[in-house]
Design a protein around this ligand. Structure first.
Ligand code: HEM
Length: 505
C-alpha cells in the first residue's frame, strides 16, 4: 500500500501504468522532426492510423490521405509508435522500385515463417534471398507463350459465365455482379492453377468458392484485422500466431493440390496449365538445392495464384462493369469495337482477338487507374539510403509506402480524376505523362507476376459480358460506388447490383 486507502492506491497505480505506457508509445514521435523531415502529427498508441485500427478506413484510403496531405516529395508518418515514410515524387519512386532495387527488394509486410507453414512461401511475403530464388523459378509460368496455351481454359470458364447469366437474366434482370465475377475468377484460377473444375456456376456451395469467400470476407472482422496486421502490426501477428492462409483453407487447398498432382503424374496427362508447369519445374530441381520446390513450397505457388488472382481480378471486372453502366456512351463504343474486331476472327474471343481490342485495353487501364485493387506498395531498405535531392538519409529498415491510388487521383497527372475517361490511355496521352504515375501492377523486379494473366482473364470476361448483355444501373446499385473500408484490397463492398438486358446482335 502506498496510501491509507485502496482507492488512492489504485488511482496511483493506474496513473503510473498509463504514464509508462504513454511514454513508451510516444518515445519515437520526434523521429522525423529530428531528421528535418516533414511529418504528420501522431496521436499516442495509434500514430496516424487510428481510423485503420478502428476499421473506418482501409490501408489504401489511409495512404491516399497521407499522400494528399502535402505537396512535398516525401512525408513522414507513424503507425502505432513506428516511423514510416510516404514517397510521393515519381522520380524517387522510380529509384526505389527500379534503380536502387537491390536496397528495396523486400516488402514491409511481415512473413510469419514460424506459424504459417504454407502462407510463408507465398512470393508476396517472401524475403530475399528466398524471394529471388522463388521468383526466378516461377517467372517462366507467366510467359506470353504459356498464357496463350492456358487461354482455352479461361475461355471455357467465360462461356460458362455467359450461359449462367443468360439463364439467370431470363428470370431476373438484376444481377449481383460481384458474386458472378467471383465465380468466374474462382473457376478460372482453380482450372488453371489446380487443374480442377470448381464448377461455381453450377454449384452455389462449391468448396473452392467457400474458401475464396472465407479468405476475402472482410465483413468477417477477424479476417479484415488479421490481414491488416501483416502490414502495420507485425508484433500482433507474432503474438497471436496469425496465418495469412487460415488452417482450414490451407488444408483444403493442400489436399486439392496433391490429389490432382498425383493423378496427373500417374496418368501422364498434359493440360497446359500451371500444374503441368510446376511438375516440370519440380522434376528439373537439383536435389541439393536448399530452396528446391517441394512440399508446401509447391502448394503455395498454386495457392498464390488463387489468393493473389481471384479477388483482384474479380473486383477489377466488377468496377469496370459499374463504370460501363454509368457511362453508356463508353459501353456502346466498347461493344462496337469488340464486334468489329470479332468480325475478323470468326466471332471468337481468342487470345489473339483480345490483343486487337485497343479500346478494351484503355477501358481496363482506366478502371485500374480509378480502382487500383491493390492501392499501395510497400518496401523496406536493407541499408542506410540517402534520398536523392535531399539531405535526408533513410535509416536501414524504415518502412516505405507508395500510394498508387493517390498518384492515380493526382490532378497534376490525371485532370478531373473522378471522371472515367479511357482516352487517358491513348499512346499520345500516356507519353505526355511522367513515368511512374501509373502503377496498378507495381513496377520493377518485384512487380505483379500475374499481370499478364490478370489482363487476359479480365478482358476476356468483360468482352463476353458486353457482347451478350447491355449493362445498366438499377435502383439497388450503390451510386456513387463506395469502397469497402475493411481489408487491404479495394473492393466494391458486399454487393453490387446492375441491370442486365440481353444484347440483340
Ligand atoms: C487486376 C488484377 C491484379 C492487380 C491489380 C494486381 C496488383 C498487384 C500489385 C500492385 C502487386 C505488388 C507489386 C509491387 O510491389 O511492385 C502485386 C503483386 C503480386 N501479384 Fe498481382 N495483381 C493482380 C492479379 C494477379 C494475379 C491474377 C496473380 C497470379 C496469377 C497475381 C500474383 C501476384 C504475386 C505472386 C505478387 C507478388 C510478386 C512478388 O512479390 O514477387 N496478381 N499484384
Amino acid at each position: 500500500m502506498f496510501a491509507n486507502s485502496w482507492t488512492i492506491d489504485i488511482i496511483i497505480l493506474a496513473i503510473t501504468f498509463w504514464t509508462v505506457l504513454y511514454l513508451y508509445f510516444t518515445r519515437k514521435f520526434s523521429y522525423w522532426k529530428n531528421r528535418n523531415v516533414p511529418f504528420l502529427s501522431p496521436v499516442p498508441f495509434f500514430g496516424n492510423a487510428f481510423k485503420v485500427f478502428t476499421l473506418q478506413k482501409n490501408i489504401g484510403e489511409f495512404s491516399r490521405k497521407i499522400y494528399e496531405s502535402t505537396t512535398k516529395p516525401f512525408i513522414g508518418f507513424f503507425i502505432c509508435d513506428e516511423p514510416y515514410l510516404m514517397i510521393r515524387d515519381p522520380e524517387l519512386i522510380k529509384n526505389i522500385l527500379i534503380k536502387d532495387f537491390a536496397v528495396f527488394a523486400d516488402r514491409t509486410i511481415f512473413n510469419n515463417t514460424k506459424d504459417d507453414p504454407m502462407g510463408s512461401h507465398l512470393l508476396f511475403l517472401l524475403k530475399t534471398p528466398d524471394w529471388r530464388d522463388m521468383r526466378r523459378k516461377i517467372t517462366p509460368v507467366f510467359t506470353s507463350g504459356k498464357m496463350k496455351n492456358m487461354y482455352p481454359l479461361i475461355a471455357e470458364v467465360g462461356e460458362n459465365m455467359v450461359h449462367y447469366l443468360t439463364e439467370y437474366v431470363s428470370q431476373n434482370p438484376v444481377v449481383e455482379v460481384k458474386e458472378v465475377t467471383a465465380k468466374y475468377t474462382t473457376d478460372g484460377i482453380t482450372s488453371t492453377a489446380f487443374g480442377i473444375n470448381a464448377n461455381c456456376f453450377k454449384n452455389e456451395n462449391a468448396e473452392f468458392r467457400m474458401v475464396s469467400r472465407r479468405v476475402f470476407n472482410w465483413s468477417y472482422l477477424g479476417r479484415a484485422i488479421s490481414t491488416s496486421c501483416y502490414f502495420i502490426a507485425p508484433n500482433l501477428v507474432k503474438l497471436f500466431k496469425l496465418k495469412f492462409v487460415d488452417t482450414d483453407s490451407a488444408t483444403f487447398l493442400r489436399n486439392a493440390f496433391w490429389r490432382t498432382m498425383h493423378e496427373r503424374e500417374e496418368k501422364k496427362f498434359i493440360r497446359n496449365d500451371l500444374l503441368d508447369i510446376l511438375i516440370e519445374i519440380k522434376n528439373q530441381e537439383d536435389i541439393d538445392d536448399p530452396y528446391k520446390l517441394e512440399g508446401d513450397k509447391l502448394v503455395a505457388q498454386a495457392t498464390q495464384f488463387f489468393l493473389a488472382g481471384f479477388e483482384t481480378s474479380s473486383s477489377a471486372i466488377t468496377f469496370a462493369l459499374y463504370e460501363l453502366a454509368v457511362n453508356q456512351d463508353i459501353q456502346r463504343k466498347l461493344r462496337k469495337e469488340i464486334v468489329n474486331v470479332l468480325s475478323r476472327f470468326n466471332g471468337i474471343i481468342s487470345y489473339e482477338s483480345l490483343k486487337e481490342m485497343e479500346y478494351l485495353d484503355m477501358c481496363v487501364k482506366e478502371t485500374l487507374r480509378k480502382y487500383p485493387v491493390l492501392p499501395f506498395l510497400d518496401r523496406r531498405n536493407n541499408t542506410d539510403y540517402p534520398i536523392a535531392g535531399s539531405d535526408v538519409v533513410l535509416e536501414k529498415g524504415i518502412p516505405i509506402f507508395i500510394s498508387i491510388w493517390a498518384l492515380h487521383f493526382d490532378s497534376k497527372f490525371y485532370p478531373d480524376p473522378e471522371k472515367f475517361d479511357p482516352t487517358r490511355f491513348t499512346e499520345e496521352n500516356v507519353k505526355s505523362r511522367p513515368q511512374f504515375t501509373y502503377l496498378p501492377f507495381g513496377e520493377g523486379p518485384r512487380n505483379c507476376i500475374g499481370a499478364r494473366f490478370a489482363n487476359v482473364s479480365t478482358k476476356s470476361g468483360i468482352a463476353r459480358i458486353i457482347t451478350n448483355f447491355e449493362v445498366d444501373l438499377c435502383e439497388r446499385t450503390p451510386h456513387p460506388i463506395k469502397v469497402d473500408p475493411k481489408g487491404f484490397l479495394l473492393s466494391p463492398g458486399a454487393a453490387l447490383h446492375l441491370k442486365f438486358k440481353p444484347w440483340e446482335k
